[in-house]
Ligand binder design. Structure first.
Ligand code: TYD
Length: 212
């Protein structure tokens, strides 16, 4: 069983989750808590190859099921090759996106059904879930304005991104213990203060790294 602490960041495009994940990683480094910062799709050489196919703006003919299986393939490799071994060592893993992204984007926004994606997520990960998930919630229209270039998924209509947001909030409602909804329409410092406080007060985190 896993010995470390597993954290994921989720949110719509331009939510600022990557900035926050990097800040948390830097905080752990400062505290001398071993931590790895990774992301999906990607995080291993094979998963990065899959990422290129997924995000290339030429691949507009990709079917929703193909898209789902590619995200899951990337995740299966990432989980087995990178996440599990690091957790086994008792370290912290922070990932920028994980299983909830597939639920919101493929399950809800692509209409493949949350139940199907839920089942396949379990197969791809062996059932490993983050100890804590930070959902950085913003109005997708605001988020899209913050982007510079756009990849295949970011190019989707605003209605698609609104479905993603609503699905995220629904999933968070179902999994209140794991998923913390963070209001992302505030200053970076205010958002980070919430994230830090919630991490520190998490029971497992306290047990593992309290003395630091
Ligand atoms: P990325 O460039 O990593 O951007 P960000 O995470 O900052 O938005 O793009 C990943 C894209 O893939 C993003 O549009 C969300 C999408 N995605 C899914 O649709 N399903 C998934 O399971 C994952 C992990 C990502």
């Amino acid at each position: 069983m896993k010995k470390g602490f597993f954290i994921s960041f989720e949110g719509c495009e331009g939510s600022g989750k990557t900035t926050q994940a990097e800040r948390l990683n830097a905080f752990f480094e400062k505290k001398h808590i071993d931590c790895t910062f990774t992301h999906e799709p990607g995080g291993t050489p094979i998963s990065e190859e899959i990422r290129k196919i997924l995000l290339h703006h030429n691949n507009v003919r990709m079917s929703p099921l193909t898209e789902l299986f590619l995200y899951l393939a990337s995740r299966a490799q990432h989980t087995e090759e990178r996440i599990i071994p690091i957790l086994q060592k008792g370290f912290v893993v922070i990932t920028d996106r994980y299983t909830d992204s597939s639920l919101a984007y493929q399950g809800a926004a692509r209409n493949l059904s949350l139940e199907l994606v839920q089942r396949l997520n379990i197969i791809a990960t062996g059932g490993i879930l983050p100890d804590i998930t930070f959902l950085i919630d913003i109005d997708p229209e605001e988020g899209l304005k913050r982007l510079n270039g756009k990849d295949r998924i970011e190019n989707e209509a605003v209605a698609f991104h609104k479905k993603v947001r609503n699905a995220y909030l629904e999933i968070a409602e179902r999994e209140k213990k794991r998923i913390m909804v963070i209001n992302g329409e505030r200053s970076e410092d205010e958002i980070f203060a919430d994230i830090l406080q919630l991490t520190k007060k998490h029971r497992r985190f306290g047990e593992l790294y309290d003395e630091r």
